[in-house]
Design a protein. Structure first.
Length: 151
């Protein structure tokens, strides 16, 4: 019995460059084509600072299947880096495809929105999950920038 020649799988990632997904690359290209100034993954926000947990804390670790005492341990800060931020800080675009239910993004996003409110940062925020939504966000950004220029 002859084996069928298997199709060689090619990864699309090789064409993405520094971007983590096709939607990120599309968003970057669309922003450039629209003449919108932006930076990619250059702003990191500390949503919650590190802290020491002084109470009894037992935790199972991947290497050790028994509980390990982590009492008085330092908990790392929670940080968030948006995909695209306007050069003037007037907007943020986060591109997301499929988000598994166990993913931490929804909570991190809410913490980011709260951070913006608590720190009186006035910027427009967009979550784009597909090309159509990226295009819609860019149209809105262009429309708002024209309104700001007139005001």
């Amino acid at each position: 019995m002859k084996r069928k020649a298997s199709k060689k799988r090619t990864s699309r990632k090789k064409n993405l460059g520094k971007f983590k997904s096709a939607i990120e690359k599309y968003c970057s290209d669309a922003l450039r084509e629209s003449g919108v100034d932006f930076v990619y993954e250059q702003h990191t926000y500390e949503l919650m600072p590190k802290f020491r947990f002084p109470h009894r804390y037992l935790k199972m670790t991947p290497k050790n299947k028994t509980l390990v005492d982590r009492t008085n341990s330092v908990q790392q800060p929670i940080r968030y880096t948006p995909d695209f931020v306007a050069s003037d800080g007037s907007w943020v675009i986060e591109t997301k495809g499929y988000i598994p239910t166990h993913h931490d993004f929804p909570m991190r996003w809410k913490l980011f929105l709260k951070y913006l409110v608590d720190n009186d940062i006035n910027c427009d925020v967009y979550i784009a999950r597909n090309r159509q939504q990226v295009d819609e966000a860019i149209r809105d950004i262009l429309s708002n920038s024209k309104q700001r220029a007139v005001a």
